[in-house]
Design a protein around this ligand. Sequence first.
Ligand code: AMP
Length: 275
Amino acid sequence: MTQIITTVAELRAALAQLKPTRTGLVPTMGALHDGHVSLVQDAKKHCDHVVVSIFVNPTQFAPHEDFDAYPRTLDADLKKLADSAAIVFAPTAREIYPDGFATTITVGGPSAGLETDFRPHFFAGVATVVAKLLLAALPDVAMFGEKDYQQLLVVRRLVRDLALPVTIIGVPTLREADGLAMSSRNAYLSAEERRIAANLNVILKETIAKARNSDLRAAEAGAIEALWKAGFSHVDYVAIRDAESLDHITTLERPARILAAVKVGSTRLIDNMAI
Ligand code: AMP
């Protein structure tokens, strides 16, 4: 019998019934670590087959950033995924950005401030490549790490605004034993820089405790001072924001998030935690 459907949500639900399997996409830039693997494992709880994309996206790097130096370890990545991913999608830059490519997706809302203050073109690059990867793989679910918290909110906004037919799932940050958030960029750190880097998560935790009993701006300023003292070479920001909108807040009445970006030596690290 013919179904008559009048809403997009119902149309998609009806079409999902006709699809034999559910697929999940885990977009990455490769140099995979256990944090990436946790995204793949989580994806398997939500779908039958996982596609992992590995693509170091040139449009999200500024000319002075580390696009050329970014670690590329495809053979090791494939070994890590051998038991868990049905497909690894490793396109060339030409495949994603064919000659004459002239479209950029700009997301407002959660893109404002924080990373954008220091990497103004970053989220346009991310939103454009994520849209392309979602449209290429057409997954039912796609996994993104809370490690890149602002990015997760930007992707959620993108998917809502364009009504892309995919459920975005955020995955908690996987950390090393000393609390350092796992990141492909940790490979850049010397032994001494690695020691300093471990202070970031500790200082964020201490700042959360202080923020509960003090002015939020004073807590942020205290964190910046503590980061300098711990040996970080630069502090881009430490900010306590609304967890959903990333709006500025002055009290902790609603769920909040502390977000930070720092440099140790020349390596830029980001981290964030729920408050
Ligand atoms: P990247 O390869 O750095 O672009 O990261 C690919 C995906 O893995 C993104 O959704 C990241 O947020 C996520 N991710 C990176 N590091 C971690 C981590 N330590 N824990 C959980 N997810 C992570």
